[in-house]
Design a protein around this ligand. Structure first.
Ligand code: COA
Length: 258
């Protein structure tokens, strides 16, 4: 099983559990997370959602083998129907509070999904990174809009153009994360925060979250669409192929010929 779900004490937990592949996300895993988010939204007993990973790894992002074998929009299908876009839309549509426990490395969508969570607690051993460009790709999940907004163009350029990894402390400093916790405490702390919503009026919480997100909602959706079109094109580019092959051959990519 690669996505484990459980609802306990008002909290729906979505646990990414594919440690042998560093929690890389396959299409089936995106679909399972989208389904779990919809189920949590519909379940009256759920007051908040907790997204978590495994000790030492939150997620290494999209499964690179899937990028090569099953890119969104393959064979003329609509990229927007793909499980990854369903997951993105489900997270955006979730009016219940979403708490992330970043148990370790968070790469690619592992970091960009945090932009859409309400509380983000990061293990002091985690590293975050958005290395889209180094993979021949472009930013996704509205990160090209939200990252510069959060931290300004200078710091966004380091993270989105150079793909520089950053520490949990930097993630707090630039507004991506709420707080840094010792590795052994991050999940329990995140769970305790999620459980606080058992003591708050649920309709008021959801109405407030909707209001907080409303001013940018349309712009975020439009950005996801624009990024998604470019991303799908880039996935088929020779630059991306070189980057993916280099990853599996455990060598540095060579972009000197492009
Ligand atoms: N997609 C597919 N497989 C992945 C993966 C990914 N995103 N991330 C890790 N794996 C696989 C590796 O290929 C390896 O498989 P193998 O044991 O069959 O060789 C296994 O998971 C362990 O990964 P490894 O790289 O050996 O672990 P590490 O501890 O040295 O490094 C990471 C961990 C996360 C830093 C490294 O795996 C990495 O950089 N992954 C890719 C991240 C990425 O670029 N994601 C896409 C963002 S858009």
């Amino acid at each position: 099983m690669t996505i484990k779900t459980a609802t306990l004490n008002g909290v729906a937990t979505i646990e990414i559990a594919r440690p042998e592949k560093k929690n890389a996300l396959t299409l089936a895993m995106y679909q399972a997370m989208a389904d779990a988010l919809h189920a949590a939204a519909a379940d009256q007993a759920v007051r908040a959602v907790l997204i978590t990973g495994q000790p030492g790894i939150f997620t290494s992002g999209n499964d690179i083998e899937d990028f090569m074998a099953r890119p969104p929009g393959q064979g003329g299908s609509n990229a927007e129907d793909s499980p990854v876009f369903q997951f993105m839309r489900a997270l955006l549509a979730c009016d219940k509070p979403v708490v992330a426990a970043v148990t370790g490395g968070a790469i690619g969508i592992g970091t960009t999904m945090l932009l859409h969570c309400d509380f983000v607690f990061v293990s002091d051993e985690a590293r975050l990174a958005m290395p889209f460009v180094a993979l021949g790709l472009v930013p996704e999940f509205a990160s090209s809009l939200l990252v510069p907004q959060l931290m300004g163009h200078r710091r966004a350029a380091e993270k989105l153009l150079l793909g520089d990894p950053f520490t949990p402390e930097q993630a707090v400093d630039c507004g991506i994360a709420t707080a840094v916790l010792p590795a052994g405490e991050v999940v329990n702390h995140a769970r305790r925060v999620a459980e606080r919503f058992n003591h708050l009026p649920p309709s008021a919480v959801q109405a407030a979250k909707k209001l907080l997100r409303a001013p940018q909602r349309e712009q975020v959706l439009a950005t996801i669409r624009t990024e998604g079109e470019l991303f799908a094109q880039r996935l088929r580019s020779p630059e991306a192929m070189e980057a993916f092959q280099a990853f599996f051959q455990k060598r540095k990519p060579d972009f000197s010929k492009f």
